[in-house]
Design a protein around this ligand. Structure first.
Ligand code: UT7
Length: 407
C-alpha cells in the first residue's frame, strides 16, 4: 500500500493593529519595561478591538493560507480550529469560520489543548490525511486572550496577546509534512494555569465577577519548570523517533511564551540560538496561535527553506505538551499538481472514482488479511492444542513427583 503524507501547502497569520507595550502596562500595574524585558523577553503584544473576535482573526489568517495553497474553501475536507477563547461557548468557533469562509458542508470542530492546541490540531489533520479519508485540511490557531486577562494582575497581564495563524495540509505521496510526533498531558497540574469561573464547575454569577474568577490564574513558577522539562524531553523524543540525527534539524519553532524558557530549553538541547524562532518580543504569548504565527512568519521571512527539517514544540494549560518533526516542502511536485483539475464536476467525478477505488483496495486488503489469519489458525490450532495438553501433562507430572518425594 502506498503511504500517504500531509504536505503543508499554505500558511497565513494575522495580528490586530493595536499594540500594548511594556510602557503602557506600567500605567496599569506595578511593573516596568526593564523587569518584563529581562524576565520574559516580551516588549509588546497585540490586542484585538472589542468587536474583533477569534473567528475574525482566524478568517484573515485562513484566507491568506488558502490563497497561498491555491485551495478554494469549498474544496476543504475538514477544518480544525484550535482555541481556548472561542467567540461563544456554543457553537464551535470552527462552525462560524466555516460559514464565513463559504466552505459549505465542510466538517469543522474546535480543539482545546491550551497553547499546545495547534500542535494537537496539526497532528490530528495529518492523521485524517494519512488514513486516506481526507485530501485537504485547514488548521487554525486563533485566540482572543485579552478579555480573559486581569489587567490588575501583573503575573498574567505582561504575558498574553491576541492573534491567529493558519496552515493548509494536503495529501501527498512524497514523505513530507509531519514525520514524527509526540503529544502528552499531565492533568494533575490542571490548576497551574486555569480560569476558575464561568464553566460548569463554577458557573457565571455575581460572585464570579466580584472575585475576578472570570480571569486566567497562573502559577508562573510551576508553569516555567514544567515547560522547560516537558519541551526538552519531548523534542529529544520526537527527534529520536523521526530517525534523524539531531544535526539534521535545521530549525526549531518553540511555543512563544517566555524567552527564558526558550533559552533554557535550547541550551539543554545544545541548539544554536540562530536556528530558533523568537517573535514573542512583538506578540507576547498568543496561546494556540503562537506556533502557527511563528511558523508563517519564519516561512515568510525565508528562515525555513524547502527541504528543511524543522521541529515545532509547545506546552500549555492542562498541562499539555506536544512536538513534531516536520519536513518543510510546500511546493507540490509536478505529478501532484497534475491532479488539480479546475473543472469542478469533472474533479468531483474523478474524486468519487478515486474514493471508490481506495475503498475497494482497502476492503480487498481486509478480506485477504482475514483469510490469511483464518488459514494460519486452522493450521496452527491442532499444534497449539497439542502444546497445551503437553504442558498440562508436564505440570501434572511435576505435582505428582513432588508428592512422591514428600511421601
Ligand atoms: O503558555 C503558558 C504560559 N505561561 C508561562 O509560560 C509562564 C511561565 N512563567 C513565567 O514566565 C514566570 O514565572 C513569570 C514571568 C510569570 C514570573 O516570573 P518569576 O521569576 O517566576 O516571578 P516571581 O513571581 O517569582 O517574582 C520574582 C520577583 C518578585 O520580587 P521579589 O519578591 O524577589 O522582590 C516579584 O514581586 O519579581 C517580582 N515580580 C515583578 N516585578 C515587576 C513578579 N512579577 C513582576 C512584574 N513586574 N510583572
Amino acid at each position: 500500500m502506498t503511504l500517504r503524507y500531509a504536505r503543508i501547502t499554505g500558511w497565513g497569520r494575522y495580528v490586530p493593529a493595536r499594540r500594548l507595550t511594556n510602557y503602557d502596562l506600567e500605567q496599569l500595574v506595578d511593573t516596568n519595561d526593564e523587569w518584563i524585558t529581562h524576565n520574559t523577553g516580551i516588549r509588546e503584544r497585540r490586542i484585538a478591538e472589542p468587536q474583533e473576535t477569534a473567528v475574525d482573526m482566524a478568517l484573515e489568517a485562513s484566507r491568506i493560507a488558502l490563497e497561498r495553497a491555491q485551495v478554494r474553501p469549498e474544496d476543504l475536507n475538514l477544518i480544525i480550529f484550535a482555541t481556548s477563547t472561542p467567540d461563544y461557548f456554543v457553537p464551535a468557533a470552527a462552525s462560524l469560520l466555516q460559514d464565513r469562509l463559504g466552505a459549505r458542508g465542510v466538517p469543522a470542530f474546535d480543539l482545546t489543548a491550551g497553547c499546545t492546541g495547534s500542535i494537537y490540531a496539526m497532528v490530528t489533520a495529518t492523521q485524517f490525511i494519512k488514513t486516506g479519508m481526507y485530501e485537504r485540511v485547514l488548521v487554525i490557531g486563533s485566540e482572543k486572550v485579552s478579555p480573559g486577562i486581569d489587567y490588575t494582575d501583573r503575573n498574567t497581564a505582561i504575558m498574553f496577546g491576541d492573534g491567529a495563524g493558519a496552515v493548509v495540509f494536503e495529501a501527498s505521496n512524497a514523505p513530507t509534512g509531519i514525520l514524527s510526533f509526540e503529544l502528552g498531558s499531565d492533568g494533575a497540574l490542571w490548576d497551574a494555569l486555569y480560569c476558575p469561573g464561568g464553566g460548569g464547575a463554577n458557573p457565571f454569577s455575581q460572585k464570579v465577577l466580584d472575585n475576578r474568577e472570570n480571569y486566567l490564574r497562573m502559577d508562573g513558577k510551576r508553569v516555567f519548570k514544567f515547560a522547560v522539562k516537558a519541551m526538552t524531553r519531548s523534542i529529544q523524543n520526537v527527534v529520536e523517533s523521526s530517525g534523524l540525527p539531531f544535526s539534521e534539524i535545521d530549525f526549531l519553532i518553540p511555543h512563544q511564551s517566555n524567552l527564558r524558557i526558550i533559552e533554557m530549553t535550547t541550551h539543554r538541547l545544545k541548539m544554536d540560538p540562530s536556528k530558533v524562532m523568537v517573535n514573542l518580543d512583538r506578540y507576547g504569548n498568543t496561546s494556540a496561535a503562537a506556533i502557527p504565527i511563528a511558523l508563517a512568519e519564519a516561512a515568510d521571512q525565508g528562515r525555513i527553506k524547502e527541504g528543511d527539517h524543522i521541529v515545532l514544540a509547545g506546552f500549555g494549560s492542562g498541562m499539555t505538551w506536544g512536538s513534531v518533526v516536520m519536513h518543510w516542502e510546500p511546493t507540490r511536485p509536478a505529478e501532484e499538481q497534475a491532479i488539480l483539475v479546475e473543472n469542478w464536476p469533472v474533479r468531483e467525478a474523478l474524486q468519487l472514482q478515486a474514493n471508490k477505488m481506495r475503498a475497494a483496495v482497502w476492503s480487498a486488503q481486509v478480506t485477504a488479511r482475514t483469510k490469511a489469519q483464518e488459514a494460519s489458525m486452522s493450521v496452527m490450532l491442532p499444534f497449539y492444542t497439542w502444546q497445551r495438553k503437553r504442558r498440562k501433562a508436564k505440570e501434572q507430572q511435576a505435582v505428582e513427583d513432588s508428592g512422591e518425594q514428600q511421601g
